[in-house]
Design a protein around this ligand. Structure first.
Ligand SMILES: Cc1cc2nc3c(=O)[nH]c(=O)nc-3n(C[C@H](O)[C@H](O)[C@H](O)COP(=O)(O)OP(=O)(O)OC[C@H]3O[C@@H](n4cnc5c(N)ncnc54)[C@H](O)[C@@H]3O)c2cc1C
Length: 355
């Protein structure tokens, strides 16, 4: 059983910043995320896109923001359960909660902060007969460990950033990379589109457009995909392309998922909270912050998640330390005392006579 003060479900920007605010109050955090890496939408959907509305950063790449948040929370030494979805919640007699993941990992905390964003992401699957039976046997929707593809033949389908970025990355890892897209045009970062063009020219990526994968070959293991390709005058041809892996990267569709069954008040696929006070849900001790919550005037923006996390931590502090007064101090004054023994503080003023 993993024990902590605040159990955060969702390691997106809101969940990560919660660790920092909780750390200032000497509260320890553990995060659970269904994805294999922290960062939520920023890491999974648009790591290379610039964000322009983070206070103090005129422009920052989403992936860079996540890296900075990870650096900022380092002194507070958070725990992570990654690649596991929070599935069930149970309230114990001492009013603390036990959250169990789909892989059976149990976590216990007096406070649960749901920072689940748009929910746990489910991959959008192409309509190809029998695809489910080959999932994990050559068909994957998320690349968790690129090493799996070393010296293997890989077919990637899709026309967005993920398809482009992974084709580029795997061009140096796999023995053969084929990128298939149903249009000639790709919708992604300009440098990624140009890089794919360059790798195609060098013969490191096979590009097949406009085309679709319409069938799969293999029983216990994928052995080939069936490709339907149109030429310029729209005459279709179908053929079989041998491959070890087929990776359709058509984006992820968000689903609130198991959290929807936890007895929380839900409105339009989001969790209702008390925004006049502390972003607590209808179940005392369970908070919902960031994109996952709703209240009048709610905006699904990163900076709103940061604000909600800050107020939520103050309320959690009072619950964990009833009656104990907390006096808010500026970090410029208090500095930061990490759980790892580190200390960051502003340079002290010196007393020195000026001649
Ligand atoms: C293309 C794009 C561009 C954007 N641009 C901007 C912008 O310019 N400025 C801005 O402010 N915002 C922008 N946003 C919105 C911004 O990304 C979100 O507001 C932000 O990511 C919300 O953070 P979060 O931590 O609340 O949720 P998320 O980032 O969604 O993270 C939630 C995490 O919770 C996990 N999770 C959910 N349920 C479970 C469960 N049951 N078990 C385990 N894990 C779970 C998910 O896997 C996910 O990792 C953009 C969004 C997109 C898609």
């Amino acid at each position: 059983m993993i024990k902590t003060d605040i159990l955060i479900i969702g390691a997106g920007p809101t969940g990560l910043f919660t660790v920092f605010e909780a750390g200032l109050l000497k509260l320890r955090c553990h995060l659970i995320d269904a994805l294999p890496q922290p960062g939520g939408q920023c890491s999974e959907i648009y790591p290379k896109k610039p964000i322009y509305d983070i206070p103090g950063f005129p422009e920052i790449l989403a992936g860079e923001l996540v890296d900075n948040l990870m650096e900022q929370i380092k002194p507070f030494d958070p725990g992570f359960t990654l690649g596991e979805r929070a599935e069930t919640i149970e309230k114990l007699e001492d009013d603390s909660f036990v959250v169990t993941t789909n892989k059976g990992t149990k976590h216990n905390a007096p406070i649960v902060a749901i920072a689940g964003g748009l929910g746990s992401f489910e991959p959008r699957k192409p309509q190809v007969n029998g695809i489910e039976s080959l999932e994990g046997k050559g068909v994957e929707y998320i690349i968790r460990d690129p090493e799996v593809y070393r010296n293997k033949r890989v077919v990637i389908a899709g026309g967005g950033d993920s398809a482009l970025d992974w084709s580029i990355f795997l061009a140096d890892v796999a023995s053969e990379v084929t990128l298939i897209h149903r249009r000639n045009e790709f919708r992604g970062a300009l440098d990624s589109v140009e890089k794919v063009q360059e790798l195609k020219n060098q013969g490191k990526i096979n590009l097949i457009t406009p085309a679709e994968v319409i069938g799969l070959v293999g029983h216990q293991k994928l052995s080939a995909v069936v490709v339907k390709e149109s030429d310029n005058i729209h005459i279709d041809k179908e053929y079989t392309l041998e491959t070890d892996h087929f990776i359709p990267l058509f984006g992820l569709s968000p689903k609130l998922g198991p959290i929807a069954n936890w007895g929380l008040e839900i409105e339009k696929n989001a969790i209702k909270v008390d925004n006049t006070l502390d972003y607590q849900t209808n179940i005392p001790g369970i908070y919902a912050i960031g994109d996952v919550n709703t209240y009048p005037g709610k905006l699904k923006l990163i900076l709103c998640g940061f604000h909600e996390a800050t107020l939520m931590c103050q309320s959690a502090y009072q619950k964990i330390n009833p009656g104990k007064k907390y006096v808010m101090k500026y970090t410029t004054v208090s500095g930061i005392d990490g759980f790892d023994g580190s200390r960051k503080e502003a340079e002290k003023a010196v007393v020195k006579k000026i001649e």
